[in-house]
Write a protein that binds this ligand. Sequence first.
Ligand SMILES: [Zn+2]
Ligand SMILES: [Zn+2]
Length: 278
Amino acid sequence: MIDYHIHTNHSIDAEGKLEEYCKRALSIGLEEICFTNHCELDPARDDSYICFNGRREKFTRQGLLRLQDEILEQKRENRNSGLSIKFGIEIGYYKGIEPRLHEIIDGVELDFVLGSIHCLDHICIDSSREHTTYFSKHSAHTMLVNYFQTVEDLVKSNFFNAVGHLDVYKKYGIAYYKDDIDEVIVESLQRIYRMMVEQNIALEINTAGLRRIDQFYPSSMIVKYAREQGLDMITIGSDAHRVEDLGKDIAKGLEYAKSFGFDAVYRFNKKQPIRVKI
Ligand SMILES: [Zn+2]
Ligand SMILES: [Zn+2]
């Protein structure tokens, strides 16, 4: 079993040290974990940070390299433990981020780059504090059109190995928009999946939704279009922001994936996909 979406206390909204996650991974029998701390780079927002020893600093290439060193140290310590450890990152995508992203990550030996949408119009739609600021100005339909347009831009940018929590808008959208949130912008979604197939970008099955809204990200009405478009690459992650959530519902998530006909999950090494049968 693997977990490819994990935040440690290097992310401003997460807790738990690298070594605590590694210890926990061994105790629950995970074979491979990939740390994917946040990298938010929007200059219009005040969340572009990386944390060390409880202190936050501006997210820079130097900070990312320091994190890489800490992860390498954990790799060394766990050399003979049977646990494989990967160095990934979760980039909060917005259009126009690309030059800044090049500066920060080019040449850094990442194993896995996860691309996620957290913000629309610089407002974090998966934040308890901020989502109403965006939602109150847009119908569910307009929000969804804008969201999936941003996902198209993310996929086109060709920076990423996988798309994270593809329908994260429902985290607060279900309560806010009720049934209107269930609309699927089918043509846009089909284009997204076709581009993902062409560019070898995986779809993430994210189990955090189960802890919040009793649904996986993405839900079945979003996943089913993936298979129709020929997508067969998935990754899986708990999106743990604290140690006790590591590996949570991964087995369930794999069963969920199988129910759509996926027969493999992908691991990554230096951004190269590795197929593992499920
Ligand atoms: Zn995320
Ligand atoms: Zn995350």
